[in-house]
Design a protein around this ligand. Sequence first.
Ligand SMILES: C[S@@+](CC[C@H](N)C(=O)[O-])C[C@H]1O[C@@H](n2cnc3c(N)ncnc32)[C@H](O)[C@@H]1O
Length: 396
Amino acid sequence: MAKPVKKKKKKIGNNNSSGGGLKGFGSVGGSTKDKQVDIDRSNEARLFYDYMEEGGAGDNFSRCVIGNLPLNNEIKIRGIVALKPIKKGDTIIRIPYEQAVNFGQEGSDPTLPAVAFLKDYCETLASSSSSSTDEVDAIENKKISGKASYYQMLPKFQGEDCMSSTGFFSDRALTELQYPLIVEETEKRKERICSRFQSDIANNENFPKWLDGSPIIEDQLAWAVWLITSRVLTVQGDAEEGKSYRLLIPFLDMCNHDRSSPHVLTGRAVPGGELKVVAGASIKEGDAINIGYGGGVAGNDRFLQDYGFLDTSSNNAAYNMVAQQLLGKRRIVEGIGSGYLMSESDRLRTIEQLNLTTLEDDMNLLEEEIDSSIIAAYNYRIGVKNALSKFDDARK
Ligand SMILES: C[S@@+](CC[C@H](N)C(=O)[O-])C[C@H]1O[C@@H](n2cnc3c(N)ncnc32)[C@H](O)[C@@H]1O
């Protein structure tokens, strides 16, 4: 009897595949190389692509993949890169709603979704690698599968990325910002983390353990809060329901920020829905697929607290926004005083702090400094002072 012909499952990462699969793994053409993009060919990434394909999102990887992209002349960061030209108006990324992780309705306290995330993260990774607590071993032996393969791709606890947000700054680095409202909001967020940790985790014997079996510590909740503020998107639900939800959207959450990005985010948090990035301009092979964070209205006060980097795109627009707040010409977007103009007393005490050193002093201090948080603090106050002086010059 003839053997039944088995339908071969198309495997992502197979270099011979055309269309679907991960065409780019071995075959990205010249321009990607010219742009110095290293495509992520790790086992971890392949397992993640398999998971996405199983959930119906495999077509994305014929258009774009994860790579390390040059951010400026010095460093590269992980992001999404185009594998082929994409026309304006075409879909770049398309993720079924069912593959997103929904942390409930939008709200101003990030510790709530962070607790939900931390619980899911620990449970998902524990059940996936139950026979091994060693992450590397688990990946190499392909024990990581399903959603765990996505969680495995997230920036790690105590990794460099999260340490650059103000929640992880030393007291000295916070002081060096010369910006009291950031210091106060950071402290308020830390207090919230502390009380949420006590109420929902420390005294809850049913809360899952960390990956190595030890009880969860407060710093792990702080890391989860940073993951929420830096990666979760607020997406509207059903049009009639009128609610918005906080979604962690695999793959789409690997797009970096560029204020001038023309690409558009669309979609709804509804069963059967799709979350998309649509090309707002034509894309060339090797281009980074960036999106604009913070709805285009967030300044560097928010970027440093929520994402852990300073936005210098679009002629330092993110610094100009902070300067406009300080001059009473722009409302505060989020955090302390949200929705209002900065009070006169807050403006005065901030300007007083910024006047403690001159721009020249700051540039000299920056040159000597090696601590990355203090470097970020100096860069922040230099950026704000430069923006303030531009407005001053314009007034003269
Ligand atoms: C939504 S994630 C984007 C993907 C992320 N690079 C990754 O590897 O998972 C947001 C984080 O990426 C980094 N990031 C995004 N855009 C950036 C930019 N323009 N400059 C510096 N870091 C950026 C920051 O660490 C930020 O908190």
